[in-house]
Ligand binder design. Structure first.
Ligand SMILES: Nc1ncnc2c1ncn2[C@@H]1O[C@H](COP(=O)(O)OP(=O)(O)OP(=O)(O)O)[C@@H](O)[C@H]1O
Length: 550
């Protein structure tokens, strides 16, 4: 029942009405394959009996059957196969889009509180397995069921007692396979967990390489990876062992079936005076019948295992998203005329933590001024800014920009009013020009250059190998810290937001870079509010006022 619920959710979420095409194609392929099995068996019987009785095997009836068989088997069936493949690939692509789209909608808190590796494992391993269900598992389970259903009646009509005996054998073999389903599903769960642990080690390695080298932590990280890898290997081996026992039993049943068929066939010919052609026809059909039973036995457990991964993907899709409710009659472009920021009696604690970071806290910042936000480490400077940007929600009080409550404006509108420059601004793997353009996708090249000049970035950009068309490596690693900051400031200038937040943007820079950046920041001040989380006395000194959180 649980698996049926998962399948239903998968179909509703990732296929919608297209499920009719996808499953319709599988059903049609199954029916056609079933019909060709029956036809082939008839053709074999007819040719044999005609040859034994000395007749003409190129009789028009036989040739007609062969032609129809060929058209169905090699023409229609293959066309349907191509259509089915297209549908399956489309569903896989839709699934990956939906999962990635969901990831983009999750609150920042999700990424702060979950390991990137867990998330990567979900985005890659679990999603690939789940899309593989549409790629092959449904077809491999459904088609044999349909083929067996199509064959069973004609087969029984040919020789009821022989077929009844063989059917019992097939059902026994299938039952044995299905008994293994829960065990295999258990291993799938463990392997998925192991993959998470492996991804965790890989992301730790990628993100913390300098720390790993300098401490050095190679052996610690290496050991964690090895442990997860070996655990995964052990679980896969155990799963593989069970699968091979199941396969061996299937083969044994296959052999028993063939011997039983031979014995019963001999009795059938001797006792009922049956024809050799009929027996051969029966054997052809039974071969296909039994093969498809074997397929069911093999793929039903495997489908169930993959549904475990699909369930994890579905759980991921159920996670609460960031609310982007926007006030309909609000036009963000009208507000910047007045962009004072007020925190009024706010209360906030991180989820699952008893200690409140802010309890009835108030603060007010006036437009046209720059403020250095100071306070002891851990007091809540970054948290205050994250709350203002809507990354976390307060449980009491209100926050206003230009007199508008940010929750009434909605997150999207609020964020249009704020440009954020973190301590380590992220650069995308793209050109310098496009990285700056992210501040305002509609900006012209001239506007980009103007913003870069204001940010004191223009000169160094021109000296890069390809100027504004230089591709920045992953995270902008090819730039110095100060250069990255200046590109980030150009991006913020281009956004033209009335509130600018800098989170210790100059703390890691030398004096010269800091001065250049401070100069750019001061140039941005007119008609804007600048909030700088600051530790350095030199940064604090450049601000119009200091706001100390105590
Ligand atoms: N995502 C989080 N989940 C739970 N607690 C958090 C989270 N982020 C920060 N905290 C806690 O909230 C408190 C305030 O942190 P915050 O980063 O806002 O302080 P800060 O004043 O900016 O510190 P610093 O000057 O050291 O950067 C700290 O005790 C910190 O441990």
């Amino acid at each position: 029942m649980k698996n049926l619920r998962i399948i239903k959710q998968l179909v509703v979420r990732f296929q919608g009405w297209r499920a009719i095409l996808y499953f319709g194609e599988i059903i049609l392929m199954g029916i056609i394959n079933g019909i060709t099995v029956v036809m082939l068996s008839d053709i074999v019987g007819l040719i044999t009996d005609t040859a034994v009785s000395g007749g003409n095997i190129w009789d028009t009836d036989i040739v007609k059957r062969i032609i129809i068989f060929s058209v169905l088997e090699f023409g229609v069936s293959n066309i349907l196969g191509v259509c089915y493949n297209n549908e399956a690939k489309r569903t896989g692509a839709t699934m990956r889009n939906i999962v990635f789209g969901k990831a983009l909608m999750l609150p920042v808190s999700f990424y702060e509180n979950n390991h990137t590796g867990d998330f990567m494992s979900k985005l890659t391993y679990d999603t690939n397995m789940a899309s593989g269900i549409f790629g092959s598992r449904f077809r491999r389970v459904m088609m044999p069921v349909i083929i067996v259903c199509v064959c069973v009646v004609p087969m029984f009509m040919k020789c009821p007692p022989v077929m009844a005996g063989l059917l019992v054998l097939c059902i026994l073999s299938l039952a044995l396979n299905l008994a293994m389903v829960p065990v295999l599903a258990g291993y799938s769960r463990s392997i998925s967990d192991d993959n998470k642990a492996i991804s965790r080690s890989v992301t730790d390695m990628l993100q913390g390489m300098e720390t790993i080298r300098m401490f050095p932590l190679q052996s610690v990280i290496g050991q964690k990876y090895n442990e997860a890898n070996e655990r995964c290997g052990r679980n896969m081996k155990k799963q593989g062992r069970i699968e091979s026992v199941v396969a061996a039993l299937r083969n044994a049943f296959d052999l028993i079936g063939a011997v039983a068929f031979l014995a019963m066939g001999i009795i059938y010919i001797q006792k009922y005076n049956g024809k050799v052609g009929s027996l051969l026809a029966l054997y052809t059909m039974y071969g296909a019948f039994q093969y498809n039973f074997l397929m069911m036995g093999q793929y039903i457990p495997s489908l169930t295992s993959w549904l475990v991964n699909a369930e994890r993907v579905l759980e991921f899709l159920e996670l609460p998203e960031e609310s982007f409710r926007n006030c309909s009659d609000y036009n963000a472009a009208n507000v910047p005329a007045q962009a004072d920021v007020e925190f009024d009696n706010i209360t906030f604690a991180y989820e699952g933590q008893e200690q409140k970071i802010f309890d009835g806290y108030s603060a007010a910042f006036t437009m046209g001024k720059s403020y250095a936000i100071t306070g002891e480490s851990g007091r809540g400077k970054s948290t205050l800014m994250k709350i203002l940007m809507g990354f976390y929600r307060i449980s009491g009080g209100s926050i206003r920009i230009g007199g508008h409550d940010i929750y009434e404006l909605g997150l999207e509108n609020t964020r249009k009013l704020i440009a954020y420059i973190p301590q380590e601004p992220y650069m995308f793997h793209d050109t310098v020009r496009e990285n700056i353009r992210n501040g305002n996708p509609a900006a012209s090249d001239e506007e980009i250059i103007r913003a870069a000049k204001k940010a004191n970035a223009h000169d160094f950009i021109l000296q890069l190998e390809n100027g504004y068309d230089t591709i920045l490596g992953e995270r902008g690693n090819t730039l110095s810290g100060g250069q990255r900051q200046r590109v980030a400031i150009a991006r913020a200038i281009l956004k033209n937001a009335p509130v600018i937040i800098l989170d210790e943007a100059t703390s890691a820079l030398d004096n010269e870079s800091e001065q250049l950046i401070q100069q750019s920041i001061n140039d941005m001040k007119d008609g804007r509010l600048i909030l700088m989380i600051a530790h350095r006395p030199s940064t604090i000194a450049t601000a119009d006022a200091e706001w100390r959180i105590v």
